[in-house]
Design a binder for this molecule. Structure first.
Ligand SMILES: CC(C)(COP(=O)(O)OP(=O)(O)OC[C@H]1O[C@@H](n2cnc3c(N)ncnc32)[C@H](O)[C@@H]1OP(=O)(O)O)[C@@H](O)C(=O)NCCC(=O)NCCS
Length: 164
């Protein structure tokens, strides 16, 4: 059975485990690194859950997917949400779980922001295709956005205006 819901601080342990798997397996896909996050205490994952919005996709009670939305507090920027931490466990890709967590996130975003921004590695064709299908459009490229083990990664910048 699939359940999609907002993560709660009590989900911190499962969230940490999935997040560290994501950072370890796909270092080029995330701005944060496994080395940095694996040293953080469990409480920092609970704080992150409490301090923002993370949609979680559970299959048979196990957390298998996440998508986060960060809303700036500054008055001039808070109309723009930032999508981050989009991850689906390998064996659940192509199953519709990614769509399910993004549907929940987009419903939440529609209540809080006017547009959603994201950045995605230029080499990540699967994620770019996924975001385009959800209505995100590319508007630029940030050259050398990340440096992963000495290799530069360009990122495509995308935006979705709510209601489009
Ligand atoms: C990105 C991610 C969340 C998407 O979830 P998913 O379940 O794989 O997504 P879907 O299968 O629903 O959609 C992927 C789309 O890319 C297509 N695709 C699959 N492999 C592809 C490839 N190698 N190149 C381009 N497109 C590809 C699929 O056909 C599908 O397109 P369609 O909907 O038009 O058929 C998931 O792949 C993931 O967690 N990847 C690793 C982490 C990551 O890259 N996160 C994003 C960080 S910005």
């Amino acid at each position: 059975m699939t359940v999609v819901r907002r993560l709660l601080p009590d989900d911190a342990e499962e969230y940490r485990s999935l997040r560290l798997e994501a950072l370890q397996r796909h270092p080029e896909a995330f701005g944060s690194s496994h080395a940095e996050e694996s040293t953080r205490p469990l409480s920092s994952f609970a704080d992150r859950i409490a301090g923002g919005y993370i949609a979680g996709g559970f299959v048979d009670g196990r957390l298998d997917a996440t998508a986060g939305l960060l809303v700036p507090t500054q008055a001039k920027s808070r109309h723009k949400g930032m999508l981050w931490g989009v991850y689906v466990r390998g064996n659940r890709r192509g199953s519709g779980l990614a769509d399910a967590v993004m549907t929940a996130l987009l419903a939440h975003a529609a209540e809080h922001v006017e547009q959603i921004h994201l950045s995605v590695a230029a080499t990540n064709g699967r994620a770019i295709g996924f975001y385009k299908r959800l209505g995100f459009e590319a508007f630029g490229t940030e050259p050398r956005a990340l440096k992963v083990d000495g290799t530069y990664v360009d990122e495509i910048l995308m935006v979705k205006f709510m209601g489009s």
